[in-house]
Design a protein around this ligand. Sequence first.
Ligand SMILES: Cc1cc2nc3c(=O)[nH]c(=O)nc-3n(C[C@H](O)[C@H](O)[C@H](O)COP(=O)(O)OP(=O)(O)OC[C@H]3O[C@@H](n4cnc5c(N)ncnc54)[C@H](O)[C@@H]3O)c2cc1C
Ligand code: SF4
Ligand code: SF4
Length: 1020
Amino acid sequence: MTKIQPDPSFSLDILPPEISTKLHKQIKGEVLVDAASRGRYATDASIYQQFPIAVVVPKSTDDIAIALEVARNAGIPVLPRGGGTSQCGQTTGTAMVIDNSKYIRNVLHSDLSDPDHATVEVEPGMVLDHLNAQLKKHGLWYPVDVSTAAQATIGGMAGNNSCGSRSIAYGNMVHNVLGIDAWLADGKLASFGSYTQSNGEAKVLGDFVKGLVDSLKPEIEAHWPKVMRRVAGYNLDVFHPQSELPYTLDNSVNLAHLLVGSEGTLAYFKSLKLKLARLPKHKFLGEVNFASFYQAMDSAQHIVKLGPTAVELVDRTMIDLSRNNPAFRKTIETALVDAQAKTVDAILLVEFSGDEHAPLLQKLDDLDALMSDLGLPGSVVKMPDSSMQKNLWEVRKAGLNIMMSLKGDGKPVSFIEDCAVPLEHLANYTQALTEVFSKHGTRGTWYAHASVGTLHVRPILDMRRDGALKMRAIAEEAAELVRKYKGAFSGEHGDGLCRGEWISWQFGPKITQALAQIKERFDPTNLFNPGKIVNPPKMDDSRYFRFPPDYQVIHVEPKLDWSNWNVQNNPVTEVITAAGTGGDPAQGLSKAIEMCNNNGHCRKFDADVMCPSYRITRNEKDLTRGRANTLRLAISGQLSKAQHDAPAHLPLASQAVKEVMGLCVSCKGCKRECPTGVDMAKMKIEFLAQYKERFGHTLRDRLVAYLPKYAPIISSIPGLPALLNLRNRLPIIAKVQEWFTGISAKRSLPEWQAKHFWNQGSLPFVSPEELSKADKRVVLFADTFNSYFENENLQAALTLLKKSGYAIHVAQPSPTSKSRPFCCGRTYLAAGMVEDAKERLSALIDHLAPYANKGIVIVGLEPSCLFTLRDEALTMGLGQPAQVVSEHAFLLEEFLSQELQAKRFSLAFKESRQPILVHGHCHQKAFAAVSPTLELLKLIPNANPQLIESSCCGMAGSFGYEVEHIEASKQMAELSLLPTIRNHPDALVVADGTSCRHQIADGAKRDAVHIAKVLESHIY
Ligand SMILES: Cc1cc2nc3c(=O)[nH]c(=O)nc-3n(C[C@H](O)[C@H](O)[C@H](O)COP(=O)(O)OP(=O)(O)OC[C@H]3O[C@@H](n4cnc5c(N)ncnc54)[C@H](O)[C@@H]3O)c2cc1C
Ligand code: SF4
Ligand code: SF4
């Protein structure tokens, strides 16, 4: 039988045309063969990269069966894929990647009648959080709570034998999978479940493995780590149990457990039957404070005897990171016995769960008593309050994110981050490994699962330079420690490319040979994910690296200032070098793009913003990660010329990049929510600038960009505003405009106002010196949209501020100058006209800086305009004035809520006749500026303001008006914003964004109102 080769230089690196045609003809889902699409599937959350031969996104299981048949006949390997969040490279391969996550994600069957024996059968692309959201109303959940729950699929979790934070109570995947139906290498389906009831090919395969195990029992006993967290190789121990926690309650054999952890190398899962658990009604947390890290590690073995559902570590680095961050300081202090003490070296978060309060409180008391017995009286903070617990888990997560967002080429690398050792050795193991790091000139932050001896730690390595050498040296020394302490080298994240070579080290030659025999018996032609688990490459084979030694970035002069990313870091102190010193040929742009480490967090669907385009299409190309990968491949010359024909000085100006940027609404959700702070909105400006330089601006670009230029002219010609507004009343005009400009006739446009902000009588020009004499003073920045289309909002803001006693200067050119009103440059940026934006911003900043220098706050009403001062203005080389302005620029409600806290704002408001719903503009959310809106609205009696849990409204400046994007725009709004508004017909909807208000008016036929108007209309 001809074997399929796993080599990255495998000759079949492009799909032969006849196979491509066959796939396109027969598959109802998507078949992606171009370099950019394949490149987006070339990476997972590891350090590796391998271009697939093709990508199939099946619409149904029939599509999968067809794809498997085509691949088998053509001798092309197959790589099943879920969220692609693996950390070891198991989800990369020169293969036909089949992505289950878009369509193959249904619940097939459930039996929830008896909560203690509830089960569910799902397709492999089902995401854990989505399953648990469906189960919640039944008081049930699937308890393998991996940190990537928002994006990990059940198929991928089973493929990796994933483990959650609460594995001490619930076990790993292998403990919670009851059955798997899977395609075998010959295309036949087999059902893997109870061995005694098995039949057909599953039984034959089971018998084969049993035969091997029977002959290897002494080997297994000698080499198999006796810890619960061992995920290396195949689970031979189903037939000769070795785990601390038996795989089945009655120790019977379940053949599905052979497939769990097989990393797509034995069979392709079609469906998985899962064991569910009751959702505990209550969770109580005890935070144990330690003055020494060693002591914390040493205590874990005693704490687990109290029966906690989790024991998670937060180390000194994370405590300090949280303490130094104003947003998290209060929360981390809730976990400290003495909020002021600087002596806490580690905290163990000990969670107890159950249905009754009293026993849980008793558990916390027991924890307290235990710590006293261990010589640490008074070291426990008891936290029964669930919202406080939630905040604390959030802080832990955020601390980790800050760590991951380290700039420079040295990155925290995952390769020994889930070694598991018996708890009695945890303290010595972590101490010794810390010394290993320090010997190799690096350092790691420790976190995670102290309960099961699996602490995560990622030393900082520069994989482009000496990282590979250090990786091997550290791995070898860590392996010695693991052996000394009788642990498991691979304890959570799987083998993949990173740990494959350590399987034979762990198990010895005979067991390794048995694993190869199993692979041979299941998959004689090497169809499934070759080169993983059996015959793996060396972990440091640089042919598989994402950043191999020959990785090169194209020299480019970016349009924006990216120098803050152009730095290097010190792996021990994590101190970064000065901006601009990182040696990036793209002056920081490529390093900003490379911040994406593929962790897949942008695939989430939760209450936050990121990533609206992915939420509506579920396409990898419409995802922040897909965009970052495409940009990386473009700027490092890894895309084919046919697809990426960009000139050398404009490496982003190609159709391949345009395709991924099309649906990016520049919401800045990723800037805030991506753990490494990938700022795609800014990258979109850079792309647009390069693309438009190459292809020129369209009429629509100019209509949008030059609005601040022509708005004053239009408004000054009597009758013209009314004439232009006819466009909204006469469909034929709208249609003609659509033909000429691409602005959709289905949208109403903002209406010009005859009485606009700048023709309502002169606004006093107050100099910075004069204004600073007033006790209460502020500068109001009147943006173009509110000035010419919704003057009433600015008037309301003026009234509100005046009635509150503020002296006001409205930002405007000096009375002697004939210049147009100021503008923030936003519309120019949206069209990629960076130079024009810079010119407009520069004039505005020159005007505002003297006020800011005197400590005077600048308030604005339109979030996208105001936040341009806090964000893009800092990337245009405008120097110190831009910096000082950014520090003083606030939304009206941000300013007023600060004033409220300082007891300088105290207007009384009338009762509201309606409940209030608030939609936060996505830039407002990106800058954490939504809570001030709620705080202020709470001043209105009876308002009871509620935040709509929505992503971006979908309008995104001009995006929602564009004929090619109107449908996508509506879909984004329909995700939750518009349905929520329709479900509250009596509510007053508050929205600060001009385009958000338009989306709501168009889609829900409701008039949303700016907060300035709401507050002003409720003043007594
Ligand atoms: C920040 C971060 C935190 C993480 N935290 C955890 C954690 O707490 N616990 C943990 O265990 N892991 C963790 N991981 C690793 C990873 O997220 C999990 O292993 C996750 O379960 C993988 O799911 P996925 O859908 O992304 O799988 P993928 O990466 O897509 O696939 C994983 C493996 O399963 C195989 N596979 C997928 N579908 C099938 C199928 N239908 N049939 C056969 N094989 C299939 C693939 O070929 C691959 O080998 C973390 C990763 C990151 C980046
Ligand atoms: S863009 Fe951010 S969230 Fe998405 S995969 Fe990359 S690093 Fe993760
Ligand atoms: S800016 Fe918004 S739409 Fe664009 S990638 Fe980021 S989250 Fe997605």
